[in-house]
Ligand binder design. Structure first.
Ligand code: NAD
Length: 237
């Protein structure tokens, strides 16, 4: 579980722990992860922690290689630097691509490599976005990276199907987390968002917990190379 220190990643960790999984909470800082792991332990669940910065490709590869293979990956690490395309800086472009695409790609590959070496099946889930299927105001670079995640998800699903490794994405709409705090503090943006979500409300972290559990489990055994929209109907029209 990468990006487990907050938001959707944290919700996914709780969901899988509740479903009986032993979860490894991974993020850049153990300071934020350790209290979550302790809370899960106190609630009777199994959890450990792992320091991982997916921007550091070599470090990520080595860390994953040094562990027992993970049956399930939920990659919820992500970054957004929203703004108009005409004002995108190279630094912001590189930062967002570095985590959302480059980091996600090599993390997913590292987990799959370990599974393939061990001859084990697995379910690899990247938290993508509805912005992988449409774009939105000031979301040019962000949506480009999310579209790219869909591409590598399909490619990896094709390549690793023979190993029993499934690769899918979950594509949420706007969910209240630290990532969306700034956008959701802007009444104009909230009006735009609510005009698009057919179910007429913002998403909550709980809305992603069922989909994560589904894709992680054998209930989705025949599902690979696809995107599970959790968008309240945004992309339907
Ligand atoms: P968040 O900011 O709460 O979580 C992002 C997580 O990524 C944090 O735990 C952070 O520590 C981790 N992270 C960032 N850089 C990292 C790195 N280099 N290495 C390891 N971890 C790193 O935001 P969130 O809303 O929970 O976002 C989680 C994912 O969901 C992101 O990929 C985001 O694009 C996606 N998403 C969010 C929404 C939304 O509305 N919140 C909608 C669609 C998709």
């Amino acid at each position: 579980m990468v990006g487990a220190s907050s938001g959707i990643g944290l919700g996914a960790a709780v969901a899988l722990a509740e479903a009986g999984a032993k979860v490894t909470l991974a993020a850049r800082s153990l300071d934020r992860l350790s209290p979550v792991a302790e809370a899960l332990h106190d609630a009777g669940f199994q959890a450990d922690v792992l320091e991982l910065d997916i921007q550091d490709l070599e470090g990520t590869e080595q860390t994953i290689a040094s562990r027992e293979p993970f049956d399930v990956l939920v990659n919820s690490a992500g970054l957004a630097r929203h703004g108009p395309a005409l004002e995108t800086t190279v630094a912001d472009f590189d930062a967002v691509v570095g985590i959302n695409l480059r980091g996600a790609y090599f993390l997913t590959r590292a987990v799959a490599r370990k599974l393939i070496e061990a001859g084990k099946p697995g379910s690899l889930i990247n938290i993508s976005s509805q912005m992988a299927h449409v774009s939105g105001i000031d979301r040019v670079v962000y949506s480009a990276t999310k579209h790219a995640i869909e591409g590598f998800t399909k490619g990896m699903a094709i390549e690793w199907g023979k190993h029993g490794i499934r690769v899918n994405t979950i594509c949420p709409t706007f969910i209240r987390t630290p990532l969306t705090e700034q956008t959701l503090a802007n009444p104009e943006r909230v009006e735009w968002i609510l005009s698009k979500i057919k179910l007429g409300r913002l998403g909550e972290i709980e809305d992603v917990m069922g989909p994560v559990t589904f894709l992680a489990s054998d209930a989705s055994a025949m599902i690979t190379g696809t995107a599970l929209m959790v968008d309240g109907g945004w992309t339907a029209g």
